[in-house]
Each structure stands twice: as C-alpha cells, then as structure tokens.
Ligand binder design. Structure first.
Ligand code: ADP
Ligand code: MG
Length: 341
C-alpha cells in the first residue's frame, strides 16, 4: 500500500449566500440560502514512500483543502484518506508522528512565546528525546539559520523568519511524510535557495514530500511527479520530465554577432529552426526543438556566416506548460494517470 492514499476524496463547503440589498438581508434572516461549493472533487491519489510530488493548480483549485484533508485537519464530505495505512481523522496522534505539515499562510508557532518555547513544546508533544532534538536543531540551524531567532516571539518574526522556524517545527519529530503548502511564499531569494537545498536533502534522505507552490522553480527543483488540480479535479498526474519533453521542447537561443547577420542565410543553414531577425542588425533569435538540434550546432552554423560575439540560451520552463494546460491548449488524453475527465 502507498504511504499516502486518497480514495474518491470529496470536500463540499457550504456557503451562506445573501441576496443583495435590504430585501435580501431581510429574506436572509428568514430563509438562509446556502450554496454548495465542491472544493475537492473525487480526488484519487497514491504517493509512494520516498516520492516527491508537486501539486499544482490555479488559485482556489483545491490544493490547500486537499492538504488539509490528507493531514486530517478537515473531515472529508465523502471518500477516504490513509497515511501509513491509518485514517488521519481517526488516529490523530499516531498519524501526527508520521506527518509534518507546513502552511505558508499559517503558523504553528505560539504567537506570544519565544521560538525556543514553541519548538520545545512540539518536542515534548511528540516525545522527541533531548539528544535527537539537539542534533536536529543543529542541522536546521545550519541550513535555516534559526539559532538567532530562538528568543524572538512568534509575532515579532518577519515572514521569512517565520517560515524558516515553521519548517523546523514541521520537521522536529522527523516525519516520514512532509506536506508543504506554499513553503516559499514571501521568502527572499537567498532564503528560498537555502530552503530548496534543504528540501532536496530531505528528499534524498527518503522523506516523502507533497509540495504545492506558485513558484515553479521550487517544483522543478524537487519533484519528479506532477499532479495538476483544477476546480477540485485532478486533470493530470504523471512524470514532470515527460511533460517537459512532450510539451516544452523548444529552446531559444539569443545571439549577438560581430557584424550584421543575414537571417535568410542562417535560415538556409538551419532547417527546422525558426530564425527571427531583431531590430538591431547584429542580433538574432533562433528557436529550435531540443531533440532536433543542439545549441552548439546552432552557434556553429551562425559562426560559419558571421562572428558570434555572445549568446544566451533560454530553456523551456514548466510554467509555460502549466499555463497552456490551464488555458486548455493541452489535453492530456492518456498522457498521465489522470487523463482528461
Ligand atoms: N473553510 C472554507 N469554507 C468555505 N469555502 C472554502 C473554505 N476553504 C476553502 N474554500 C473554498 O474552496 C476552494 C478551494 O480552496 P483552496 O483549497 O484554499 O484552494 P487553493 O489552495 O488551491 O488556492 C475555494 O473556492 C475556496 O474559496
Ligand atoms: Mg492554497
């Protein structure tokens, strides 16, 4: 059995809706209209031990709700979740030992306590012995530089500081599974890099990770598997590299040449590539399929016609692919386990 499983998982929220204006307000007193909103719609997911899964989707797609269901914070409307074979909603403490959860938008630190007390309480709650605790804290400090924050109260931490401490808090008990919901939101670049490196280490040590992030660099860095959710439904579940190979094959080379370059001559020399002249006569853009040509081949071909002074290569990003998925340009018929609904 997979380490994390969701079967036919559904979460329906009921929202009270009021009609506009005074009459609406009066009517709402008498007869409350409630509208159902399906935030998570028959989600099927199995995550194997040691996998790192990116869970991606537009705002309001149901990512955070899924994470809350998978961690037992929310009760599903129907369907079932299992973590390590146990239903987290019914076995809170047992599952809590296996699970670390970080919500970028929410803290698990106590607002009025110094960080050291918050972490100490979590240590006691999970029954982590002092030696293990000290060893883990040293490691967290190496990557996250949290020692300097120990005396600060939760409310005084900046967003970046809070996130670093929250990440340590989520990992204090050495969980097998880590859910990260927007873990780098609001972090500056240097902290982001450190957090990413740390997450890679955890993954390499065998921690199972499910990551939702708006920052697709987080995802490309960490995950091999991509799951896309849209309006509560999983529309794709498959290999991230395969998606890129299939849908982001184009590389773009920007060249600067020593003298004016003749786009027509380059075009003739590079069949299959798209050659775009620039307003500046010594600049040129070449788009090519990375399975048909190499960057070296393109540079050499241009170099035979004119001196190449400088060039820059743009790799395809997963952003582009995901944007096209949302826009409906890409239908994943049979491409992944999710397929199209
Ligand atoms: N507690 C709640 N009550 C009512 N609606 C909610 C609640 N939590 C989330 N929703 C709604 O469920 C949908 C999914 O939300 P969420 O899971 O937070 O999306 P995401 O994390 O992908 O941005 C949204 O339409 C959101 O407004
Ligand atoms: Mg969210």
């Amino acid at each position: 059995m997979a380490l994390v499983e969701a079967r036919e998982l559904v979460k329906v929220f009921r929202r009270r809706e009021r009609e506009p204006g005074m009459a609406g307000a009066v009517r709402a007193l008498v007869r409350r209209r409630s509208v159902e909103h399906i935030a998570v719609d028959h989600v099927e997911l199995s995550i194997e031990e040691g996998e790192a899964v990116a869970y991606v989707g537009p705002n309001g797609a149901g990512k955070s709700t899924t994470v809350k269901l998978l961690s037992g914070i929310l009760e599903p409307t129907s369907g079932e979740v299992r973590v390590g074979g146990l239903v987290p909603q019914r076995n809170r403490m047992a599952v809590a030992h296996d699970l670390g959860v970080l919500f970028g938008q929410r803290t698990q630190l106590w607002w009025d306590l110094p960080v050291s007390d918050s972490l100490g309480m979590l240590r006691d709650l999970y029954g982590v012995d002092r030696g293990t605790y000290a060893r883990r804290m040293r490691r967290f400090d190496e990557v996250l530089q949290i020692a300097e924050l120990m005396a600060v109260t939760g409310r005084k931490l900046s967003l970046g500081q809070r996130m670093r401490v929250d990440l340590a808090a989520a990992l204090i008990h050495g969980p097998r599974v880590l859910y990260l919901d927007e873990p780098t939101i609001g972090l500056d670049l240097s902290v982001k890099d450190r957090v990413r490196a740390f997450l890679r280490e955890l993954r390499d040590d065998g921690t199972t990770i499910m990551l939702t992030s708006h920052d697709l660099a987080d995802i490309e860095d960490l995950c091999r598997r991509l799951v896309i959710i849209d309006r509560g439904r999983i529309i794709f579940d498959g290999d991230l590299g395969a998606v890129k190979d299939e849908f982001a094959r184009e590389r773009v080379l920007h060249l600067q040449t020593g003298s004016a370059v003749d786009a027509g001559a380059v075009r003739a020399a590079l069949s299959g590539a798209t050659v775009e002249p620039d307003a500046a006569p010594d600049r040129l853009t070449v788009r090519f399929d990375r399975f048909a040509l190499t960057a070296g081949h393109v540079v050499n071909a241009v170099g035979r016609l004119v001196d190449v002074v400088d060039f820059r290569l743009d790799e395809p990003g997963i952003e582009d692919v995901i944007r096209r998925v949302y826009a409906g340009d890409i239908a994943f018929a049979g491409a992944g386990r999710g397929g199209t609904p």
